[in-house]
Design a binder for this molecule. Structure first.
Ligand SMILES: NC(=O)c1ccc[n+]([C@@H]2O[C@H](COP(=O)([O-])OP(=O)(O)OC[C@H]3O[C@@H](n4cnc5c(N)ncnc54)[C@H](O)[C@@H]3O)[C@@H](O)[C@H]2O)c1
Ligand SMILES: N[C@@H](CCC=O)C(=O)O
Length: 523
């Protein structure tokens, strides 16, 4: 072990804030007040050390108060995307020579600063993404975790010859080193606008790559707050280039660019498959196969058998379906319950859902707005489809407020092949189906093109063993909700149309941003 590693404390998960304590509540209120004074600013592109302002803008608004502008964000054109690519290519030549421990140090410093200003980052997400306080706090905690975790992981990878030596051959000194790939395009989603953006970007950067970060158009301001933080800790110019822009224009341009070495994408199946197709084409002058990490959607859910703790199962169903308004790739938008306890579980879910109050997230309501106008229209359309596919037992339409508010909605008696059981709605809509027995319930659960998260509720050990083997998802939980993976503890990524199963927050993740070089020296 090197001296540097010895001085680094073992990775520990960032604790969540308990807002029932008056001092924490006050700290968040102060942060909300402070961040409010920062809203509405002009946000430039960051290309190398240049801050570039453009005429064309993305105007980010508060989805819970649509008159409030969060920021007016400059938008990259293809010419500016090209400038960013050239800048990242130049920066790569020096960044790749910076030692892994030094690269990790930037992440440690940024994690430290983010921890100190935790509530300010959360406050920005409360305004820009419509997260409530605990959801925003968990997002910030996860962003800190990703930086702490990947920094240590890079150091561990750089010491691989000490920890996992190659087989000895007399007369040879053989070594393996993990070197960076080059310039990557990082395309995060809006729903974990800090954690996933930070995780994807810092994993690539700590591995020695330089990046073009194209934030989600719904949440560019919180992404910019992170970019400013990385500048504050002294990350060299050009390592992270911030280029908000249209997916179709800038996204396609960079995906097909011959100098793009890898693309790290998290978002919908439709966009992920498009990037997969475009990235597979070899552009003139391209000398590598582009690497693609694509984490996509889900149609996740919970299976409940008759031996389960039904109260706990119903609580988990409601939390998984409606946490952050169901806008998680891990959201439990389906539940399958065996017929002997079906009515009991449905009643419990109905009661618990009806207790959820909808309102603005500045005031920390359980349910806030959905992300934007398009999502609002799409979710309401699915609710209408659901009315023809199941029995409406809670919600069923718009909720009051100056934003994109929708009632948490539950449909019971839904067939496994119904559209609301098969298609990712990405909103507060839950479909419940009845199964003959636990095996049938698992069969219904597996009948989807996705395979991201799932949970099984039972007290029977044999059935739990069966579920562990048969439920086909990347993240499977027993007797708990199917959302809320923790960095280091629950490496995250899905099967089938849910993506490339990259296992973010796990030991294998940085391998996706490196290539292993073997050197053999004759002694
Ligand atoms: N599997 C996971 O880990 C995970 C995590 C979070 C979200 N998601 C999924 O993300 C989706 C919600 O996020 P979203 O609405 O931001 O998804 P989205 O696919 O609409 O957008 C994702 C990102 O892709 C960009 N984009 C759009 N068109 C592009 C193109 N042609 N080229 C390049 N980039 C382009 C967007 O600007 C955004 O930054 C859901 O399907 C959800 O399940 C998956
Ligand atoms: N990692 C998060 C989901 C990320 C996608 O939206 C969870 O486990 O709930």
């Amino acid at each position: 072990m090197t001296t540097q590693t010895k001085n680094i404390a073992p990775y520990a998960i960032e604790p969540f804030t308990d807002f029932s304590l008056p001092e924490n509540k006050k700290a968040m209120e102060d942060a909300l007040a402070k961040v409010k004074t920062l809203l509405g600013r002009d946000i430039p592109l960051h290309i190398g050390s240049d801050k570039i302002t453009t005429e064309d803008r993305i105007v980010s608004i508060n989805p819970g108060n649509v008159d409030e502008v969060i920021g007016s964000v400059s938008k990259a054109s293809q010419e500016l995307a090209e400038k960013a690519m050239q800048t990242a290519l130049t920066a790569f030549e020096s960044w790749k020579k910076v030692s892994p421990a030094e690269r990790a140090e930037y992440l440690f410093k940024a994690a430290d600063l983010m921890r100190q200003r935790k509530h300010e980052f959360s406050a920005m997400m409360i305004y820009e993404a419509g997260k409530n306080w605990p959801e925003a706090d968990a997002d910030t905690a996860e962003a800190i975790d990703f930086m702490e975790y990947y920094a240590r992981e890079m150091i561990r990878l750089s010491e691989t010859n000490e920890h996992r030596p190659l087989t000895k051959v007399p007369g040879e000194d053989n070594k393996l080193s993990y070197i960076p790939l080059g310039v990557g395009v990082v395309i995060p989603p809006w729903n974990f606008p800090l954690a996933i953006c930070v995780g994807m970007t810092t994993a690539a950067v700590v591995s020695g790559n330089t990046v073009l970060l194209k934030p989600a158009s719904v949440t560019p301001v919180i992404a910019h707050m992170f970019v400013e933080l990385m500048e504050e800790v002294g990350l060299p110019a050009g390592v992270i280039n911030f280029i908000p822009g249209s997916g179709a224009e800038v996204g396609d341009y960079l995906t097909t660019h011959p100098k793009t070495r890898f693309i790290s994408f998290t978002g919908s199946k439709e966009v992920g498959l498009r990037i997969n197709r475009l990235a597979a084409e070899t552009a003139p002058g391209q000398i590598w196969i582009k690497r693609l990490v694509a984490e996509m959607g889900g149609k996740d859910g919970i299976v409940v058998d008759e031996t389960a703790d039904l109260e706990a199962a119903a609580t988990a169903i409601v939390a998984s379906a409606f946490g952050f308004q169901g806008q998680k790739c891990s959201a439990g938008s389906r539940a399958f319950v065996v017929e002997s306890v079906y009515d009991q579980v449905v009643t419990l879910v109905e009661e618990k859902t009806k207790k959820l109050v909808v309102g603005p997230q500045e005031q920390n309501f359980a349910i806030g707005p959905v992300s934007d106008k398009n999502a609002y229209a799409k979710i309401l359309e699915y609710i209408e489809i659901g009315k023809g596919e199941g029995r409406l037992i809670a919600g069923g339409g718009k909720a009051e407020g100056n934003g994109y508010y929708i009632q948490p909605t539950v449909f019971a008696d839904v067939d496994g092949r119904a559209r609301i059981m098969q298609e990712e709605i990405f909103g507060p809509v839950l479909a419940i189906g009845k199964a003959k027995d636990y095996k049938h319930a698992i069969e219904l659960f597996n009948d989807t093109e996705y395979g991201l998260t799932g949970a099984f509720f039972s007290r029977d050990e044999d059935r739990i063993s069966y579920a562990l083997e048969e439920i086909h998802v990347g993240n499977l939980y027993i007797n708990r909700k199917c959302t809320g993976a923790l960095v280091g503890a629950h490496p995250f990524g899905g099967f089938n149309m849910s993506g490339t199963d990259s296992k973010a927050g796990g030991h294998d993740y940085l391998l996706l941003f490196t290539q292993a070089k073997m050197t053999s020296r004759k002694l």
